[in-house]
Design a binder for this molecule. Structure first.
Ligand SMILES: [Zn+2]
Ligand SMILES: [Zn+2]
Length: 133
């Protein structure tokens, strides 16, 4: 996967901001917040560009926004269109997509319409738990 290919797959025009943000997200498999992206892209993209770009990439479904238990949302490349679980490590603070684990089909009461599922499990990630031993 590379940023330019992703943009063409989603039929989005290639702007510098989109390419740079996607490249950052592709380099890591943990979710990044808007602020973390600002730090990484200091001098390359301004705040307004990052804000706008995250919004357009999210609305096209290229990346997705993970709600955390704090008010800061994190963004990550969307690897699967399916519902999956997110894991937040309390030690290192990283948030990852755990694809392949399909959350049980939650049945909503009548009259409720699902738009997306956002499961967040909080615990200790593999790397941190291995470091404990
Ligand atoms: Zn960890
Ligand atoms: Zn995810």
């Amino acid at each position: 996967m590379n940023a330019i290919k992703i943009l063409s797959d989603y039929k989005m025009s290639r702007t510098n901001g989109r390419v740079k943000i996607l490249e950052e997200l592709l380099m890591t498999d943990v979710a990044l917040s808007e602020r973390e992206l600002q730090t990484r892209l200091e001098g390359i993209c301004d705040r307004a560009t990052i804000y706008r770009t995250l919004k357009s990439l999210t609305s096209k479904g290229v990346i997705h926004k993970i709600a955390t238990e704090s008010t800061v949302a994190k963004f990550v490349i969307k690897k699967t269109p399916d519902d999956h679980i997110h894991f937040k490590c309390t030690d290192c603070g990283r948030i990852q997509c755990l694809t392949g684990i399909v959350p049980n089909n939650v049945k909503l009461p009548e009259g409720y319409i699902k738009k997306e599922t956002n499961f967040l499990i909080i615990g200790i990630c593999k790397e941190c738990s291995e470091n404990v031993q």
